[in-house]
Each structure stands twice: as C-alpha cells, then as structure tokens.
Design a protein around this ligand. Structure first.
Ligand code: PHE
Length: 506
C-alpha cells in the first residue's frame, strides 16, 4: 500500500476546502438569486438550507473521508462493496460533467482579463461576447468549429490545474490555496471598496437586499436556496470526502465544517455588495431602475460587467483585470479540487502512480473540454450544467445520505466524529441524515422531473437534451460501474487507520 500524504496544517485544509467551495457560483449566482428571490428575505431560506442540509452533509462528508481514510471510492467500498458504485459516480460525473465546462468558463475569464487591457469589447459588449468571442452557432444541434482564443485559454487553465495537482496534496493544492485564498480576499475587498465609491452604489445595494417577505412563501424560492447551498458547498462531488481523508487523526470535524460553511456563505453575501454596487452605478448612469440592468450568470459576467467597466469614471482596465482575475482565482481553486477528488479515487483503488494518473487525467480533461470550446459550446454548457445540477448532484446527495444513514448507520459515523473532534454532535444529526435531507432532495428531484417532462429545458431541441443531458448522466453512471468491477487489494479494504481509537470507543 502506498503511504498517504496529509495536509501540512489544519489551516491548509481549511483554505483548500474553502477554495473548493468558493467558486464562480458565489460570484455570479448568489447575488442574483438573492435579488430575484426576495432580497434580504431570501437569507432566511438560505440560512435554513445551510443549517439543515449544508452543515449536516458537510459534516457527513468530512466524517466519512476521515473515518475511512480514503477518497470516495475507498470510503464507500470499505462500508460495503455493494455501495462502492456511488463513491465512483460522484467524482466521475463531477469530473466529466462539471469540470469539463467549468474549465472553459475559467478560460473565458482569462480571455476577458486580457480584453480588459484595452476594453476590446467596445461599445456593444453583447454582440462582442456572442458574435465575436463565442462565435455562437445558431442552434444547440450545431457544433460548428473550435474557437481558437478559447482553446488557448483552456489549455492554459488545464496547464495550471495540472501543475498544481500532480504533486502530493500538501505540496500542490495546499500551497496553491495558501496563495490563492488570501489573494482572493484582498481582490474581493478592493472590488467591494471600489464599488462603494461609485455613484448609485447604495441604490444598487438597496435592490440587492430590499426584503420582500411575500416571495419566501413560494416553495420554488426554498428549492432555489437548497440547490444553491448544495452547489456552493461542493457537496456530493466526492471532493470534501477526499480532502478530509488527508486530515490527521485528531481533528475537529464539526468545527471545520462550520468554518467552511460560514466563510463560504459570508463570502457570497459580501461579494453581492460588489456586484450590486456596480449594477447600481450602471443604472444610475443610464437613469433607469436597477431591475433593467441586472442579469445572472454568464450574461452578468461577460455582458453586463464589461459594459459597466467601460463606463467607470477611471482606471476601467484595472477594474476589469481585478474582476476577471477574481473569477479566475475563485474558479481555479474549485477546479483543482475536482482533479484531486477523481485522481485520488483512482489511486486509492488502483496502484497507479499519482503523477501519471494526473498527467493522463488532465490530457483527457483538456480533450473533453474542447467540446465546450466550439461554437455550440454555450448551449452545451447550459444543458450539461442543468442536468448535473438538477439531477446528478441531488440524486447523489440523497443516495449518499440514505447509504450512510442506513447502511453504515448514522450513529456510527457520529460516534467517530465526536470521538476525534471532542464535539457533541447529537442525535438530531442522525435524523437529518436518515430522513430530512434525503426527503428534501427526493422531493426536489421529483418536482424538477415533472417540470422537465412538461416542458423541455429552455426550449432546447430534444435531441440535444437527450444526448447531452440524459446520456451524460447515464454515461458517467456506466463509467462508474466499470471502475467498480475490478477487485480490491484485500489489505486496502481491511486497513483500519483508527483501529486503536475504535477499541476505546466501545
Ligand atoms: N462551489 C463551487 C462554486 O460555487 C462549485 C464547484 C466546485 C464547481 C468545484 C466546480 C468545481 O462555483
């Protein structure tokens, strides 16, 4: 058996976990969601989701990786070979689903960082983004050709991921996050501070947080909150399990989970101030209400922001470089966690050399991402993202809770967590994991499914939806099955890192 690396320090672990959690979603998704779903009032469902789904699942994933001393593949196989499949499916769809397009979006941010230097998007950022930059094809069934500037930046993004990940975790990811995270916080503070000085900023922030309590009577708003918590905390990607497997024997799992969750959500909240003060400024310049300038996701970052950057009173290009640089760093620190989750799942089972595994994965990843660097890329991203988020993550999360709750047994994991943490996680956690969280997730899944059947997602061609959405989920499920088939080296499954401690537990 190969010797397992460990984090150089607890701080290194926390920074890496926060790095994974804070990603593009925190910057362009959270603030828009809050604005759309009741402003300040949305914080209620959001915090409830954090409390009853976010923390319990994060504690579960940290506890599982730590107790079984393995990435998701090994952790589930050690519970039972029968459930090993789930331990493969999570990192497989995260890698071949999310990672492949996530790196393309980070690539766009790299391109836009460069475009910021001379504000290349000119007077019409929308036309620039869609026509000149993406060269978007006319429908989701047309792949078109590769878009070269995107291919170059994509290669750069994969090169950085590879450079960080092929080393052991304490030499690669930990060191990178020790640099990335403080840098991210400084950049964010600069953006927020800068935003506040702009005329109209306060008006923008008012729109962001103005509470509308009637909205939170709507169950869709609650579902949005649960979905956002899931994605933002990188739950059921296999990432947090792999990261926790490198923790030392004694560690405060509960405190680690609270820290990760709180810092991540707080980051989203304050980043909203930067986003909305800029939107407030834009509205102020155009003499229109903020609701006319606000957009979400891709359109917010690559159309609305470039427009706003061009209008700034001074140092426009520096603001652009800072904004897109922030996105690049937030994105990279999330992307590397997926390389880690998948490569560790592989090297925990097969005696493959870590470096070679990461070399091969990054090359395959780059080649796979090329699909999203084509003229049809934006459509494909939209569809794959939708299916992975609405079905993959939710289904995997529900299965994860049920299997840990009922097969491993929630109280067994809780006893381990309490023994190593010196904390007092009580029985309520067991109920949440066994009943409440899976129930919420399954209901969410069913509602999504009913909606999907009544109207195909965003009116896309059903062919594109079938190929990209359904095949993606089924394809990764089959791939996971293939990884499950080979036998384990017996010693690996039987090795108990905590044998001594377990004796004391009974
Ligand atoms: N938490 C990340 C975000 O909010 C999600 C993510 C993690 C995406 C890891 C990709 C890789 O953006």
């Amino acid at each position: 058996m190969q010797k397992r690396a460990s984090w150089g320090s607890q701080m290194g672990f926390i920074l890496a976990a926060i790095g994974s959690a804070i990603g593009l979603g925190n910057i362009w998704r959270f603030s828009y969601m809050t604005y759309k779903n009741g402003g300040g009032a949305f914080l209620i469902p959001y915090l409830v989701a954090l409390l009853i789904v976010g923390f319990p699942l994060l504690i579960l994933e940290y506890g599982l990786g730590h107790k079984k001393h393995g990435a998701s593949s090994l952790a589930f196989a050690k519970i039972s070979r029968k459930i090993e499949w789930l331990g493969w499916w999570m990192p497989t769809f995260a890698y071949f689903g999310i990672m492949l397009f996530y790196t393309v979006i980070i690539g766009w941010c790299v391109n836009f960082m460069i475009y910021s230097i001379n504000l290349s998007w000119g007077a019409d950022p929308e036309a620039f983004f869609i026509k000149n930059f993406l060269q978007l094809s006319s429908s989701s069934t047309q792949i078109g050709s590769l878009v070269l500037p995107i291919v170059f930046s994509l290669a750069f993004v994969w090169l950085v991921c590879w450079f960080i990940c092929f080393r052991e975790v304490n030499h690669g990811i930990e060191k990178a996050c020790i640099i990335f995270m403080p840098l991210l916080f400084v950049l964010t503070m600069v953006l927020i501070g800068w935003g506040f000085t702009l005329p109209g900023a306060l008006e923008g922030i008012k729109w962001y947080l103005k509470p509308d309590f009637s909205k939170i009577m709507n169950w869709e708003v609650w579902m949005a909150a649960f979905g956002q918590i899931f994605f933002t905390l990188t739950l059921s990607f296999g990432v947090m399990i792999a990261y926790a497997s490198y923790l030392p024997k004694k560690t405060d799992i509960v405190r680690n989970a609270y820290l990760t969750g709180i810092i991540n959500c707080f980051y989203s909240f304050i980043m909203g101030f930067a986003v909305f003060s800029v939107l407030g400024y834009m509205a102020n310049q155009a003499g229109v209400p903020v609701s006319e300038v606000v957009k979400s996701g891709v359109a917010l970052a690559f159309i609305v922001f470039p427009k706003a950057i061009s209008q700034l009173p001074a140092f426009n290009n520096i603001f652009g470089i800072l904004f897109f640089g922030t996105l690049v760093i937030a994105g990279l620190s999330s992307a590397i966690s997926l390389v880690e989750a998948f490569s560790r799942a592989l090297t925990d089972k097969f005696d493959w050399n870590r470096k070679t595994t990461v070399h091969v994965l990054c090359v395959l990843g780059f080649l796979g991402s090329l699909l999203f660097a084509t003229q049809g890329g934006l459509y494909f991203i939209d569809i794959v993202d939708h299916f992975i988020n609405y079905y993959g993550l939710v289904l995997a999360g529900a299965l994860e809770c049920l299997l840990i709750g009922w097969v491993l047994k929630a109280h067994v994991l809780r006893n381990h967590i309490n023994a190593v943490s010196g904390s007092h996680l009580n029985k309520l956690w067991d109920y949440l994991i066994k009943f409440v969280v899976p129930a919420i997730l399954i209901i969410t899944l069913l509602i999504n499914l009913v909606k999907e059947i009544s109207a195909p997602y965003e009116g896309y061609s059903i062919v594109a939806i079938l190929i990209l959405g359904v095949l993606w989920l089924v394809g990764t499920a089959l791939l996971a099955l293939i990884f499950t088939i080979p036998k384990w080296e017996k010693a690996k499954l039987e090795y108990n890192h905590f044998a001594e401690e377990d004796k004391l537990l009974v």
